[in-house]
Design a protein around this ligand. Structure first.
Ligand SMILES: Nc1nc2c(c(=O)[nH]1)N[C@H]1C(S)=C(S)[C@@H](COP(=O)(O)OP(=O)(O)OC[C@H]3O[C@@H](n4cnc5c(=O)[nH]c(N)nc54)[C@H](O)[C@@H]3O)O[C@H]1N2
Ligand SMILES: Nc1nc2c(c(=O)[nH]1)N[C@H]1C(S)=C(S)[C@@H](COP(=O)(O)OP(=O)(O)OC[C@H]3O[C@@H](n4cnc5c(=O)[nH]c(N)nc54)[C@H](O)[C@@H]3O)O[C@H]1N2
Ligand code: SF4
Ligand SMILES: [Mo]
Length: 713
């Protein structure tokens, strides 16, 4: 070997010595792709590379968000110290001082206004350990009934529909490996190609195997392009569309009578209701031609195996619960569940949207998916927490309704952990004013988000690179996310913050945890025997294996991939179907002369939720640096709107300014705006405060609006 080559290899070896490898998971969507962030120190400069890691869900794939997620975590604006607002400006304070302020404010508020004057608002990015602990914190340390989380806006209609229909809610009833075995797949209101990109290959595999894919979306998207048939309904008309499909299934005799009789209840009522409808009426209501509805029914009915997936397009409606129930009716009357290549999937959104709702972040839930209103469940959890059952508060209200409680003066203080409500709540102007009214708002975040800006105190938290814990992915697979990067500045983990506040409030006996594994072990006990039973899962098993799907009732149990193979989770083992009316009483936004267009909202591939993280990533922000409105060229011409020009969109609630984007991919009566931007681009300034009466989901997907060319700013 020449001297020169030797020198080169030695230099390479040295370079290798300064390389650090951080094993972790992407902090964004429910796929929870495993990855490595590789840090190379070259003299004083640090350089980062990201590699996907093999695993049974994403198989080493990463999308552009996963490839760039280190950029926000390493951003100079990451908070490193607690901040207190003094005369309208944030000043750095010590943790001792911050904790002292919280103690004093919390105690004063509760002694003057009662226990329920304090509230907790959580998020689906928190680990299972932090989510579990935050739920316990609200009930045991603060003893308030007011706790809820952003998952209310995300999965609540699908979750409540699955609980009522099947007796149990796990995002997917079958594992991902069933997808390629399905002969027909219905994708209702889901844009997998942009929102869970590493999931797409499962559907591509199904197509290679000959599957027929039907997409339901008012827009053509990267996902609908993959479909063999694309139904383009009027926004918000999916419940009626599902009735059309049900009607055609019955007419074509493509139903599974032995399954209906043996394993379900409610078919006769559905049949009677369908007898009062015609496909032409459904065509009129939805804008989908009757022949396409019939084709959908024939293809799905005749297929030996089939799956239905729903996501926010059909769920974020004021009748989202009933809409999902009607899609479940289709699955049940065709008997396509609990078998290979069959099943239902409500595609989970956030990284831990699934775990968050299983372990007590929701107003009405206790760990293990137990109910806060069930006396047995309350007794069980009170025993695990070592308190009296009578000390456990009752059911609170949903995320948006907490804003009403602030406005009414009932809630005076809030701990916000992992959400940016003034951008993500409907009726955003009202929400901002409500939060400003609080006597005390403390926000735990990595950044000064738009909402944290309103806080009296901001507590800096660790990112996914530093914070170890478990996350439950869209399949219901519990994964251990390792994290070994040293914490920047004085940041703390969410779970540490919860424990420290509890100590200040004199509750250290209930919160004396030294690490996430200890918290998880208590969570296992708390979930034991519940629907979402994690008891058999432990850190050792997670470290050795590839994640475990709940329910997993004991350490020798391998976890449950496919649910409902022999029976459903209701006491009698049967699934429940209900007729869903085309002309429901539920209030919905309707267009009129003043507001002639439907506005629907959603996502683009490069940004995540309210954009706090992705807007800080140069590679992602460069793809879309501002919001926009997709509008059909014919509609644009009618309203005098040029392509790429600034337009004003107005609803009964408010107005925003965004740039027009002409596209023939969207219905002519509909415009689409993503929700990743704030201030005068915040689309939630337009969305109404109407909630689904069953699950309290807002109608993010339908708002009546008008559009106009912006003359001058
Ligand atoms: N890139 C990216 N990925 C994400 C996220 C993100 O912010 N950015 N967020 C994550 C989270 S938390 C979630 S919840 C998921 C969301 O994932 P999705 O639900 O797939 O995303 P959305 O874009 O909200 O809506 C999906 C589709 O519904 C359509 N739609 C709108 N109105 C209607 C309607 O009335 N009927 C029907 N049938 N369809 C309609 C929209 O045109 C859109 O294409 O994505 C997760 N992944
Ligand atoms: N118009 C419209 N509105 C919508 C939707 C829609 O489709 N249309 N979708 C809804 C849906 S599905 C969702 S899920 C919500 C989401 O909406 P938000 O709850 O507002 O979600 P994020 O933007 O993720 O806000 C998370 C905040 O927590 C911080 N954060 C991230 N990770 C952590 C952590 O580990 N710990 C702590 N303490 N903080 C952390 C981030 O920096 C950020 O400030 O928006 C809803 N709003
Ligand atoms: S955003 Fe979702 S699909 Fe993309 S890398 Fe992250 S976890 Fe995977
Ligand atoms: Mo979500």
């Amino acid at each position: 070997m020449t001297e020169l080559l030797l020198k080169y290899f030695r230099a390479k070896q040295q370079e290798g010595q300064t390389e650090k490898v951080y094993d972790t998971q992407c902090p964004f969507c429910s796929m929870q792709c495993k990855k490595q962030v590789i840090e190379q120190s070259i003299v004083t400069r640090k350089q980062y590379r990201v590699l996907g890691k093999a695993n049974p869900t994403s198989h080493g794939r990463l999308c552009i968000k996963g490839l760039n997620a280190h950029q926000h975590a390493l951003h100079p604006e990451r908070l490193k110290y607690p901040l207190q607002k003094v005369d309208g400006k944030f000043e750095q304070v010590s943790w001792d001082k911050a904790m002292g302020i919280i103690k004093e404010k919390f105690q004063v508020i509760q002694s003057e206004h009662g226990l329920n004057a304090l509230s907790v608002y959580g998020g689906g990015s928190l680990t299972n350990e932090a989510a579990y602990l935050l739920g316990k914190f609200a009930r045991v340390a603060l003893r308030t009934k007011y706790i809820d989380y952003n998952g209310r806006f995300c999965m609540s209609s699908a979750a409540s529909a699955a609980i009522h229909a099947f007796g149990l809610d796990r995002g997917m009833t079958n594992g991902l490996n069933d997808i390629p075995l399905a002969e027909c797949i219905i994708l209702a209101g889901t844009n997998i190609a942009e929102c869970q990109p590493t999931l797409l290959p499962y559907f591509e595999k199904a197509k290679e195997n000959g599957a027929f894919i039907i997409a339901i979306d008012p827009r053509e998207t990267a996902t609908t392009k993959m479909a063999d048939l694309h139904l383009k309904p009027k926004p918000g008309s999916d419940a009626a569309l599902a009735n059309g499909i049900l009607k055609a299934l019955v007419e074509e005799k493509e139903i599974d009578l032995p399954f209906i009789e043996g394993r379900t209840k409610g078919f006769e009522e559905i049949k009677a209701y369908l007898g009062t409808l015609t496909l032409e009426e459904v065509e009129e209501l939805t804008g989908v031609p009757a022949n396409q509805i019939r084709k959908t029914a024939i293809m799905f009915g005749k297929a030996a195996t089939g799956m239905i997936f729903t996501a926010r397009g059909v769920e974020q409606q004021t009748d989202g619960y009933h809409t999902v129930r009607n899609f479940l009716n289709i699955l049940l009357i065709t008997g396509k569940i609990g078998m290979p290549g069959c099943g239902y999937g409500a595609i989970t959104g956030q990284g831990n949207g699934q775990g968050g709702r299983e372990h007590g972040l929701k107003a009405d839930q206790l760990p293990g998916y137990r109910s806060i209103e069930n006396p047995d469940h309350r007794h069980y959890i009170a025993r695990v927490w070592n308190i009296r059952e009578s000390e456990l508060p009752g059911k609170g209200v949903s995320a948006y309704e907490m804003m009403n409680k602030i406005e009414d003066g009932e809630i005076k203080g809030m701990l916000l952990m992992g959400s940016n409500p003034i951008v993500s709540n409907p009726n955003a102007d009202f929400v901002k004013k409500a939060l400003e009214k609080l006597d005390f708002l403390v926000a735990a975040d990595m950044f000064i988000s738009e909402t944290a800006m309103l806080a009296d105190l901001i507590l800096p938290v660790t990112s996914y690179l530093e914070n170890e814990g478990t996350m439950t992915n869209l399949e219901g697979r519990v994964l251990l996310r390792p994290a070994s990067k040293p914490c920047p500045g004085e940041v703390k983990h969410d779970w540490q913050i919860i424990c420290e506040i509890s100590r200040m409030l004199g509750k250290e006996d209930y919160f004396s945890f030294s690490g996430p594994e200890e918290i998880f072990n208590e969570l296992r006990e708390a979930s034991r025997g519940g629907t979402a039973d994690y008891y058999g899962i432990n850190y050792d098993r997670l470290k050795k294996g590839e994640g475990i799907l709940w329910p997993c009732p004991d350490p020798d149990h391998k976890g449950t991939e496919r649910l409902f193979e022999n029976s459903f989770a209701h006491e009698d083992g049967k699934a429940v179907m209900i007729p869903v009316s085309n002309t429901s009483e539920i209030a919905k936004e309707a267009t009129d002369g003043e507001y002639p267009l439907f506005l629907t909202t959603g996502r683009v591939i490069s940004h995540y939720l309210t954009g706090v993280q992705t807007r800080k990533s140069p590679s992602l922000a460069a793809r879309n640096f501002e919001s926009f409105a997709e509008i059909h060229p014919e509609t644009a011409k009618k309203f005098g709107i040029q392509n790429k020009s600034l337009i004003k969109i107005k609803s009964k609630k408010g107005s925003i300014i965004v740039r027009s984007q002409w596209t023939e991919d969207i219905r002519q009566d509909t415009i689409f705006v993503p929700f990743h931007w704030a201030e005068n681009q915040n689309v939630n300034l337009l969305v109404s405060d109407q909630l689904d009466p069953v699950c309290r989901m807002p109608g993010f997907k339908v708002t009546a609006v008008n559009v106009s060319h912006l003359e001058k700013l």
